[in-house]
Design a protein around this ligand. Structure first.
Ligand code: EPU
Length: 337
């Protein structure tokens, strides 16, 4: 076990914020996890880091930060329609997607190129282009930091919602997810409902939809709109798309006839936060080395050397202006440390 003191977390968060971890340990094998997590000589406060793609560091991180880079994909069962895979939580998400594509297994192709690790996929029920991780997650296994034992929750018990799960509520900061079991489809049921995918497939001259073709289309859309964290620091969507009542939406529509919406239920709709933020004039905003992405207003960016506290302050200003103009309260999607 090699614990390092006071090391910079800059390489381990996609925002590229340069703040130190008090203590730091990388784990690539869960065999010794129980010993480490119960070792009384180690700091009681534990912070679990996967791909660092959904976190904003705003201060030095106290306690022991554990970087989870355990890898492994194992087939556990199969029937005529499905294959169940146990995937170690430190696997890079897109590597898992590529594995599925190479093995002709459908279900995660729309989620191509989402940054981060497999362990984060249930945490915030990652989603894109009409598909959410909850549709293929069978169960989640984790070490409970307080109860000091392994537990497995089935899909229902994870209480998945839009960018949400039990791991952001009752189990927040209490678990170390070790593996996720996915149920992938041998007989694909393609989801091209998201308009941009259909357009992209046409652009690519693809007449026969396949798992690989959808993945390629999603990769093309994402790379054209979203900044590559290797080049510009960011954590994807900084805010969630807010859900508002149809009553409030109808009122807003009289004043702002172009306001877009997606149906959620009979009484509510979702409004794209990117649209609200753009209408408030923030798209492409730059203040020193931080700002709001030019092509997607939902993404806050660090052009290099930016400070997490400043990005937080910018997010406060964005929140306030959307609240003042539209009376809608945005919620942050990223985890703030
Ligand atoms: N829009 C604007 N201006 C902008 C951005 C968006 O007007 O600057 C409006 C447009 O009307 C556009 C609509 O918002 O038609 C939707 O935009 P987009 O398709 O880019 O999707 P989004 O709602 O902004 C969500 C997810 C993304 C995901 C895409 C595609 C959330 C918070 N974000 O964004 O997820 O990739 O849909 O499915 O739900 C992430 O979570 O990190 C992420 C990138």
């Amino acid at each position: 076990m090699r614990i390092q003191q006071n090391i910079s977390l800059k390489p381990y968060n996609t925002f590229g914020i340069d703040l130190p971890a008090e203590s730091f340990l990388e784990i690539d094998d869960h065999g010794t996890l129980a010993d480490i997590l119960t070792d009384k000589a180690l700091p009681a406060k534990k912070n679990i880091l996967g791909g660092g793609s959904n976190v904003l560091l705003t201060q030095p991180v106290a306690g022991l930060t554990i970087l989870n880079s355990s890898k492994g994909i194992t087939k556990v069962k199969e029937d005529d329609n499905h294959v169940w895979l146990d995937v170690s939580s430190g696997e890079v998400w897109h590597d898992f997607v590529l594995y599925a594509i190479a093995n002709d297994l459908a279900g995660v192709e729309n989620l191509s190129l989402i940054p981060g690790t497999v362990g984060a996929s249930p945490m915030q029920n990652i989603g894109a282009y009409g598909v959410e991780a909850k549709e293929t997650i069978d169960s989640v296994t984790f070490w409970h930091l307080e109860d000091k034992g392994y537990l497995t929750l089935n899909n229902n018990e994870c209480r998945f919602g839009y960018r949400d799960s039990i791991f952001k509520h009752e189990l927040k900061n209490k678990v170390f997810i070790t593996s996720v079991r996915y149920r992938l489809n041998k007989k694909p049921d393609f989801n091209v409902s998201y308009g941009a995918i259909e357009q992209e497939l046409q652009k690519m001259n693809i007449s026969e939809v396949s798992i690989k073709a959808i993945s390629d289309a999603v990769i093309a859309i994402r790379t054209s709109k979203l900044p590559d964290p290797k080049k510009i620091g960011n954590a994807g969507s900084f805010f969630k798309n807010p859900t508002i009542s149809i009553k409030q939406y109808d009122q807003l529509k009289t004043q702002y006839p172009d306001i877009p919406s997606y149906p959620v239920s009979e009484t509510s709709v979702k409004v794209p936060a990117g649209w609200l933020i753009e209408q408030c004039g923030w798209k492409g905003f730059k203040d020193g080395n931080i700002g709001v992405h030019q092509k997607q207003a939902l993404v806050l960016v660090n052009y290099g050397g930016g400070n997490g506290a400043d990005i937080w302050a910018l997010s406060e200003k964005v929140l306030k202006s959307v609240q003042d103009k539209y009376g809608i309260e945005l919620e942050r999607e990223v985890q703030v440390w």
